[in-house]
Design a protein around this ligand. Structure first.
Ligand code: 13P
Length: 253
């Protein structure tokens, strides 16, 4: 059975004080209101990871993610953070290949393949992001475009390593825009990705791969998205900065 996961990507938001307030609100609400079958992941900025970890300590259902890591093991890469460093402070997940990193930091599929390797080597679960632009959506090649992102960054993995990866489909045209993919659009893409994975690794691996949806997910549209058979949770941006909205999204599963 694949995992249901709802992850909050805080991006570059919140002072430490704001982030800790948000964390404690989420921890309290999740403990009181959320049943056990959804894994909750919080992805604060690097600098707040340890403090947020201390604040969620004891909340069994809540895990910690970084928003990126460097592909190199260590060395002269000023300003960067390695997978080993994240592992050493108790981080369990790392978001890789977010469209904002692809766009603003020129991350390529080939570079992301190396980041995925680094993450797996240090026992981090990659949440690998993929998704097409508005232009690609309009020209109709969106399924093959997203499949090629997955092929170029993930299909070098062994079956056992691929089985550790979580995928997040985030259509760029839906991120932070208020435009959500319809449940039909999300289901079509998620089912296509699962078939593509099955062709490479077999149907058992594909059936066990969690594929999350991200892009203007909110309490109002999450129930419909999460009802799609191939949508296994969400990667939430803006709405994850409001504890009530984030927990309502988790509960709508
Ligand atoms: P929004 O939920 O703000 O559209 O962001 C989605 C996202 O980019 C999560 O990684």
């Amino acid at each position: 059975m694949r995992k249901k996961i709802v992850a909050g990507n805080w991006k570059m938001n919140n002072t430490l004080e704001e982030g800790l307030k948000l964390t404690s609100e989420i921890v309290n609400m999740v403990n009181d209101e959320v049943n056990d079958d959804v894994t909750v992941v919080l992805a604060p900025p690097f600098i707040h990871l340890t403090s947020v970890k201390n604040s969620i300590n004891g909340a069994e259902k809540i895990y910690l993610s970084a928003q990126n890591c460097n592909e190199h093991p260590s060395g002269a890469y000023t300003g960067e953070v390695s997978a080993a460093m994240l592992n050493s402070i108790g981080v369990g997940y790392v978001i890789l290949g977010h469209s904002e990193r692809r766009e603003y930091f020129s991350e390529t599929n080939a570079e992301l393949a190396k980041k995925v390797d680094a993450a797996l080597e240090h026992n981090l679960t990659p949440i690998f992001c993929c998704g097409e632009s508005q232009a690609i959506r309009e020209n109709g090649d969106f399924v093959s475009f997203v499949c090629s992102q997955i092929k170029e960054s993930l299909f070098h993995l062994s079956e056992s390593d691929f089985s550790k990866v979580v995928i997040a489909y985030e259509p760029i045209w839906a991120i932070g825009t208020g435009l959500t993919a319809s449940s039909e659009q999300a289901q079509e893409m998620h089912a296509s990705l699962r078939t593509y994975i099955a062709d490479q690794y077999g149907s058992e691996v594909a059936d066990n791969t969690s594929i999350l949806y991200g892009g203007s997910a909110k309490p109002g549209n999450a129930p419909e998205l999460f009802a799609c058979p191939d949508v296994d949770g969400g990667l939430i941006g803006g709405a994850s900065l409001k504890s009530r909205d984030f927990v309502d999204i988790i509960k709508s599963y």
